[in-house]
Ligand binder design. Structure first.
Ligand code: GDP
Length: 292
């Protein structure tokens, strides 16, 4: 599979990110808890420069709880402020507010030393497409949040959302482009739905996902489709077994073509949809953070 990203979009996205980063004290970076590494763009480290940082592992409700904890600990070990969230639910607000204060402690203390009191932290949200940026901003802002914009000389046409007396959020998120030089990263991003499905071979993608699930989450797969899976050994992903599983699942789910043949394309879509919506259970595609 070949995943193209358009250089034109990339250049524009980068320029806009760089412009916005200049205006803020804090960059709130969203990644997908199911693929915390693939869901990031490493260029953000250079772009965010000396700004305070907060990494939010979003869609944590869909990811494996054990993997969530391992990744949270990993980012903390790396010196980031980090939290696990479900951007659709407002219960993250208190946690995120506390993390913002922690991330910006130095700035707040510096302000105080200079006699500046209560200057709100300015923050922006950034992340790859579909990671949940708009959902996060809407939930965080809630109904009561006031929009403030066009502060002369400061924000030049940018809209800010006043979250509370301590924090102002840029209302348009920064769009980061995924990096998929590594084909596995591309596949993982395709599996979570970050790449338009129209350009993907769903059958191939489903076989890739099933191969992974056979190795890492066999129970979830068997339970959902009531199809037994072969035991696999060795390191390679069991593509042959995965293709056979897809066929059996198509039959079990009655995805059949007119002549009674299993409709693999439809079964593949169903399976991808089951995975993306969490019906297969809580699954992380990047289960283990790199050893450091
Ligand atoms: P954006 O492109 O980064 O702004 O992403 P959106 O905010 O449009 O979200 C993309 C999709 O992910 C939407 O269908 C959201 O409802 C869904 N979504 C966002 N955050 C979460 C989350 O924490 N959990 C789950 N299950 N879905 C989420």
């Amino acid at each position: 599979m070949d995943y193209q990203w358009y250089p034109g979009h990339m250049t524009k996205a980068r320029r806009m990110m760089e412009e916005d980063i200049r205006l803020v004290d804090l960059v709130i970076e969203l990644t997908d808890a199911r693929v915390p590494a693939a869901g990031r763009n490493p260029d953000i480290d250079a772009m965010a420069g000396g700004k305070a940082r907060l990494i939010l592992l979003n869609k944590a409700d869909l990811a494996d709880p054990a993997a969530n904890e391992a990744w949270l600990a990993y980012f903390k070990r790396k010196g980031f402020n980090a939290a696990l969230i479900d951007a659709r639910k407002r219960d993250f607000v208190r946690t995120v507010e506390a993390e913002i204060q922690k991330a910006c402690r130095e700035k707040i203390e510096r302000d105080l030393r200079r006699g500046i009191k209560n200057r709100p932290v300015r923050a922006m949200v950034a992340g790859i497409p579909n990671v949940g940026k708009s959902t996060f901003i809407n939930s965080f802002a809630g109904k009561g949040a006031a929009k403030t914009g066009n502060k002369p000389g400061v924000t030049k046409g940018k809209q800010w959302i006043r979250l509370n007396k301590n924090v102002e959020l840029l209302d348009t998120p920064g769009i980061l482009w995924p990096k998929f030089d590594d084909p596995l990263v591309g596949r993982n991003l395709a599996a979570i739905g970050s790449i338009r499905d129209e350009i993907l071979d769903m059958g191939e993608l489903a076989v890739f996902l099933i191969s992974f699930l056979i190795r890492e989450y066999p129970g979830e797969l068997e339970q959902r489709y009531q199809v037994s899976i072969p035991v696999c050994s060795g390191d390679a992903l069991p593509a042959g077994e995965a293709a056979a599983f897809l066929k059996a699942a198509a039959i079990a789910r009655k995805c059949l073509k007119k002549g009674g043949e299993p409709d693999l394309e439809r079964a593949a879509r169903l399976l991808m949809d089951d995975f993306r919506s969490g019906r297969l259970g809580r699954i992380s595609l990047e289960k283990y953070p790199p050893g450091d």
